[in-house]
Write a protein that binds this ligand. Structure first.
Ligand code: ADP
Ligand code: MG
Length: 700
């Protein structure tokens, strides 16, 4: 039996009670878990300070010296502290304890050399150290420890129950003694050579007991690579298996509808990026495997027409398709846009949302089941049990991160054979996240905007400048343009936000009075029909200003609207700001985005405003966002499970991730089942790991 599988309480010095704590607090069940508890940071203990060198710097230092006396000092109210005088050849200081005084007093030795470690502070002329870590100099010299002292993750409970960092350190030493540090290598030798990785043994030793800065860095590199490499192996294997196992429904031909549309009805030339992406999708659809592709394209990059053309391919091959959007407004808009694009084609397209009338619903259900309906566009309503397709060949999902995994898999389950899936998102995902979260997906990127677009000009203005901003809006409206004014609506402060919106609407109505100006308002509390009506009035140019909450965030397309004012912009996240800004800049006119904030801005808000003003590039913005918020926050809890990395960091270790992915792909291309003798160890470790940690599955 593998020693590392031994339950943790059997480790000398642990026992049942501590074992229980380790399990509950740190998830350490067996030796292997402790071994993989990596330090958060290291304290440099290469240096020993003299007492006359101490400064009031609040930093941690270690000093060699002796205790010459101990006394209890009464503090009143029945409280006391224990104070020891500690000396070396250069001076004296005080050591102080508030807790555990009795036990400490009994265990301290007088006139014996100690090494003490902790933070010093100064009171008057005397330096003191409260609750120092102490070790007899003799033991200090003998112990298995290194100059770079690890600091392990801990919890308050552990600390309170006496499992201090020092104790964890001792356990780790014991672990290395009991196992004789014989940890088997799991990476193939040729990879170690090629990447100059240190062996597993050396890496584990130096991560816990670094012999030098250099070896520590090598150990970290090796272990980070290993962690990311195994995740990539898992993701890519999953992709391969899916392609192998899940037979798709090959769309064998590019047929008459597609060709007819392409030759005769394209309203504009496709951009090169659109053409490239269509080719990538076409390849997937034509192959024998199920497509599972993420289509990333910044707002306004033209994903809708790509979606339509894919659905035409489905139709040409005798399949139905559906397009699911997160909101009614968006579903409506897709429906209108796509019906318009396809008006010369003989295609049956229908819309299904929460507000579809029962009679229409019945017709849709029937036509779906008897195959008369070609394309169904809608909202979550598509997921209802009653919606049964005759033969769903392609499911397109717009703005993916608004749908949960479960919801998506519902669509997936509607067929005996899973349909091809295309997920479209306008929120660019940083490359590193895409690679690790969606590593099992294929990714297409539309990285080019249609020609003739003028980049949106973005400015940041303080509330105190509102009059000037209003003047600017009036000038633009005089030129025939339309304006969005958006208010935040955050669930937690919904009531306040709603009040802000209404107050804003009132004051805007006063500043932009009828009959010269007319104003639309759209917010979440309105009935869908009323919302649509207001949207339509604005889209038809009947109103000049649209006052709204973030319901207009995604997808809405009104080309004549050229100014976006975002109120309390500091309360929006970067990706949301970018999405909102994407509502303008859709027509031929110069467009503007005005970020209104108060004067009080946090540093992070300042960075967000600066980033928005500096760039229109969604990918660049997503990278800044990742740095500011970290991966967990960006993707949400549910999706960040895979990001519970032990040692690697997706923001800092981008290069290592890329390296790991590259080598994982290369290895699996060469030997997907990992059957070659040089991959035996790897395979073993891979299987072991897959048992424990299943990578979050994107779609199924
Ligand atoms: P998004 O990717 O944000 O969904 P849309 O599909 O809504 O973008 O397209 C935005 C606008 O650009 C639409 O008005 C669309 O008609 C137009 N458009 C898309 N592709 C092109 C192109 N190749 N040339 C010119 N205009 C295009
Ligand atoms: Mg869109």
């Amino acid at each position: 039996m593998n020693l590392l599988e031994t339950p943790i309480e059997y480790l000398k010095g642990v026992g049942p009670q501590r074992g229980d704590l380790l399990r509950k607090e740190l998830g350490i069940h067996k030796y292997a878990d402790l071994l993989n508890l990596f330090p958060n940071r290291y304290i440099d203990r290469t240096r020993y300070y003299k007492i006359n060198e101490l400064q009031n710097s609040n930093s941690e230092v270690q000093i060699v010296g002796k205790i010459i006396n101990i006394k209890t000092v009464e503090q009143g109210k029945g409280k006391s502290r224990l104070v020891a005088t500690f000396i070396d050849e250069t001076g004296q200081m005080e050591l102080v304890w508030f807790q555990g005084q009795k036990w400490i007093r009994e265990s301290l030795k007088i006139n014996v050399p100690y090494v003490i470690f902790g933070k010093v502070s100064q009171f008057g002329a005397t330096y003191n150290m409260a609750h120092p870590e102490m070790e007899l100099l003799e033991e200090h010299k003998a112990s298995l420890r290194s100059a770079m002292q690890p600091v392990y993750p801990s919890t308050e409970k552990l600390a309170n129950k006496g499992i201090s960092n020092k104790v964890i350190n001792k356990m780790m030493q014991q672990l290395f003694v009991e196992t004789q540090a014989l940890f088997s290598e799991n990476l193939p030798n040729y990879l170690l050579d090629e990447l100059k990785l240190i062996p597993k043994n050396a890496a584990l030793f130096n991560i816990h007991f670094p012999k030098s800065q250099d070896l520590l860095a090598k150990a970290q590199f090796r272990l980070k690579f290993e962690e990311l490499f195994f995740i990539q192996l898992q993701l890519i294997t999953k992709n391969l298996i899916r392609k192998h196992k899940i037979k798709g429904m090959p769309f064998e031909k590019v047929g008459e509808n597609f060709n007819n549309f392409y030759k005769n009805h394209l309203p504009f030339d496709l951009t090169n990026a659109q053409k490239r992406v269509l080719k990538e999708i076409r390849n997937d659809l034509g192959s024998n495997a199920q497509m599972n592709r993420l289509l990333q394209g910044d707002v306004g990059s033209g994903k809708t027409i790509v979606a339509l053309m894919c659905m035409l391919m489905a139709k040409d091959n005798g399949f139905q398709s559906c397009l699911m959007a997160p909101t009614e407004i968006l579903a409506n808009q897709h429906f209108n846009g796509i019906t318009e694009l396809a008006k010369e084609l003989n295609i049956n397209i229908k819309l299904l949302t929460g507000s579809t009338k029962t009679a229409d619903r019945k017709i849709i259900h029937e036509e779906l089941e008897n195959g008369k309906l070609d394309i169904l566009i809608g909202t979550h309503a598509l997921l209802e049990d009653k919606v049964q397709f005759h033969n769903l060949g392609l499911a397109i999902i717009d703005e993916q991160h608004r749908f949960g995994v479960e919801q998506r898999s519902k669509l997936w389950k509607k067929n005996a054979i899973p349909p091809h899936v295309l997920v479209m998102t306008a929120t660019p995902i940083p490359r590193t996240l895409a690679m690790s979260l969606y590593g099992d997906l294929d990714i297409s990127v539309i990285d080019e905007l249609p020609p003739g677009r003028k980049p949106i000009q973005t400015v940041h203005r303080y509330d105190s400048n509102r009059l000037k901003v209003w003047k600017f809006l009036k000038d633009e409206i005089a030129k025939g343009r339309q304006v969005y004014i958006v208010y935040p609506l955050i669930q937690e402060s919904e009531k306040m936000d709603y009040k802000d919106l209404m107050d804003g609407y009132e004051s805007i109505s006063r500043d932009f009075p009828l009959p010269q100006y007319s104003i639309s308002i759209v917010h979440g509390k309105m009935k869908p029909a009323d919302k649509d009506e207001e949207m339509r009035r604005f889209a038809d140019g009947k109103t000049n200003i649209m006052v709204a909450t973030t319901v207009i965030e995604v997808g809405v397309n009104v080309p004549n609207a050229s100014v976006m004012v975002i109120e309390s912009a500091e309360r929006f996240g970067l990706s949301q700001l970018h999405q909102l800004r994407g509502r303008v800049g859709r027509g031929a006119e110069q467009s503007y985005c005005i970020l209104m904030t108060s004067h009080k801005l946090s540093n992070e808000s300042k960075i967000r405003m600066e980033t928005m003003v500096r760039t229109n590039d969604g990918f660049e913005i997503s990278e800044v966002d990742l740095k500011l918020r970290g991966p967990g926050d960006i993707m949400g809890k549910q999706q960040s499970g895979v990001l519970n990395l032990q040692i690697a960091d997706l923001v800092k270790d981008k290069e290592i991730l890329q390296l790991a992915r590259y080598h994982a792909i290369k290895l699996l291309k060469d030997d997907a089942p990992m059957e070659k003798p040089e991959h035996a160890k790897l395979r073993e470790a891979f299987i072991e790991l897959s048992k424990k940690k299943t990578i979050w599955n994107y779609i199924s």
